[in-house]
Write a protein that binds this ligand. Structure first.
Ligand code: NAD
Ligand code: UDX
Length: 478
């Protein structure tokens, strides 16, 4: 009995209760993640800070339909906690100074210059955050890596923080985020697991427990896993690699299906019914996009090559090679079917976002397919319910295949799907937005050039129904 009391006392003494959090980076991860933490932990003040003034203004927008990110359920969460215990600001130093726990949630894109160009993760934003924390901090902090990082990055952060010489103690945790865009809020509410990696010391354990307590406000404790820092960092990279690998595997088979009259959806159902394989992430498509899969696999490949693990690197690189092949293969099929040229032909794009229920277009397959068709001199018109036209042009300009004027000359946008399809030789479905399924397809058919082709890059449409109307329908892998 006496023993129990002592143990409890020790635990209570050592438990660090967090009352003030700062998150550096108000992006697709920082915004929704902190909004949910603020909602579920009303006693904690959460300050989300960013150097991008426009983004912060948009997070503070009174009109909740104009937040910088479109994500189902997000505006309701923001409405509940914003200016109660959730604040968005550009005052990074103040946020850091007041916080006991600092999440780093800045972007870690693929390097576009110098050593590791096109492969390695660019960690300059992470380093800048670490340096700013080192400069500003006057009290002990728990620093949490929320961004996806190469394994052993915590060492770099620790090195920078350790050398401040101002006597402040830092604990570095790795707490990668597993949410998917379009379902971010549901994923955060009901995470399969939360991963917390920390130093295997008593101070490390106290820090991990402090973060565990935050998530335990709404998640069962058995889903909150504590590991060493390196396992946590590496698990995030590899989880994404495994998910992307499934998509490339099924997409590789879609090409085989098209040559053999097998149907990829039937094959996926048959494979996925095996409980050892499982049915998720077997949806064949025009190719995966998004800010994470390609970047994280390239980073994994780079790390493996640097460590002399060339066979391992080659193995994972194939996932990207297959994805590029799928996007190109889809564009080639469109050109070949339209009598070997799309020159001067209007091609209607339905969808530009990399998946439904998001306005994010990073690495979207749509921009690559557009680029290939524009090389063959197509005139493209795009409708997407959530993506702004300036974003579509920014994506094309980022590819840098032709100058911005030429991009503007060959690509138009519309806010109306019927206007988009009018006089088009073909409709190309690039994003699986639900609304596409219920359009008046008779009306669309009547307004198109004949033969009227439809290329369904997401396999969402009812082939039989469209063929009855008169369309020439092409899906993926069937
Ligand atoms: P994002 O580009 O949407 O947001 C990053 C934000 O950080 C930007 O607003 C930028 O202005 C800000 N920033 C950069 N440097 C800064 C600095 N020094 N000080 C203050 N603000 C700074 O990126 P994201 O999609 O939120 O991704 C963030 C990290 O999370 C990445 O490492 C990514 O790989 C990872 N991740 C992303 C997702 C996703 O679905 N997008 C999911 C899991 C993990
Ligand atoms: C991914 C991971 O799922 C998430 O855990 C991680 O935190 C961030 O990266 P995200 O990129 O937001 O999330 O979306 P995801 O649902 O994984 O889709 C990525 C791409 O793969 C999209 O273009 C999607 O359309 C495509 N996809 C997905 C397929 O083509 N087929 C599938 O079966 C699943």
């Amino acid at each position: 009995m006496r023993m129990d009391i002592d143990i409890n006392n020790i635990i209570i003494k050592k438990m660090k209760k967090i009352t003030n959090i700062c998150c550096i980076g108000a992006g697709y991860v920082g915004g929704p993640t902190m909004a949910v933490i603020a909602q579920k932990c009303p006693e904690i003040e959460v300050n989300v800070v960013d150097i991008n003034q426009q983004r912060i203004n948009e997070w503070n927008n009174i009109d909740l339909d104009n937040l910088p990110i479109y994500e189902p359920g997000l505006k309701e969460v923001i409405a509940e906690s914003r200016n109660r215990n959730l604040f968005f600001s550009t005052n990074v130093a103040k946020g850091i100074g007041e916080a006991e726990m600092i999440f780093i949630s800045v972007n870690t894109p693929t390097k576009t210059y110098g050593k590791g160009k096109g492969m390695a993760a660019d960690l300059k934003y992470i380093e800048l955050c670490a340096r700013q924390i080192a400069m500003v901090a006057k009290t002990d902090k728990i620093v949490v890596e929320k961004s996806t990082l190469p394994v052993r990055t915590a060492e770099t952060i620790r090195e920078i923080l350790k050398n401040t010489g101002n006597g402040v103690n830092f604990q570095i945790l790795s707490n990668p985020e597993f949410l998917a865009e379009g379902t971010a809020i549901a994923d955060l509410y009901n995470a399969d697991r939360v991963l917390i990696g920390g130093e295997q010391t008593s101070e490390g354990k106290i820090a991990m427990d402090a973060l565990t307590e935050i998530y335990a406000h709404w998640l069962p404790r058995e889903r909150i896993l504590q590991t060493n820092v390196w396992s946590s960092e590496l698990s995030k990279l590899t989880a994404n690699a495994f998910l992307a690998q499934r998509i490339s595997s099924i997409n590789s088979l879609s090409a085989l299906c098209e040559k053999t009259e097998a149907n990829i959806e039937e094959v996926a159902r048959a494979i996925g019914s095996d409980s050892r394989i499982g049915s998720k992430f077997l949806k064949s498509s025009v190719g995966f996009g998004g800010s994470c899969f390609q970047k994280d696999i390239l980073n994994l490949v780079y790390i493996c090559r640097n460590l002399g693990l060339n066979e391992v690197a080659d193995y994972w690189e194939q996932v990207i090679i297959m994805n590029n092949y799928q996007k190109k293969r889809f564009a080639d099929k469109i050109i070949a079917t339209l009598f070997n040229t799309v020159s001067g032909k209007k091609i209607a794009f339905l969808g530009w976002a990399f998946k439904k229920d998001t306005n994010d277009t990073r690495e979207t397959a749509a921009m690559y397919v557009a680029d290939y068709l524009m090389d063959d001199l197509a005139n493209i018109m795009v409708y997407d319910p959530k993506v702004k036209p300036e974003q579509m042009f920014a994506d094309l300009n980022y590819l840098n295949t032709r100058n911005p004027e030429q991009n503007k000359a060959q690509l138009n946008t519309s806010t109306d799907p019927y206007d988009t399809s009018k006089d088009a030789h073909a409709i190309v479905i690039l994003t699986e937005w639900d609304e596409f399924i219920n359009y008046d397809w008779h009306k669309i058919f009547d307004s198109m050039m004949k033969p009227a082709f439809i290329f369904d890059g997401r396999n969402i449409m009812d082939r039989e129904k469209l063929e009855l109307i008169g369309f020439k329908y092409f899906g993926i892998g069937k």
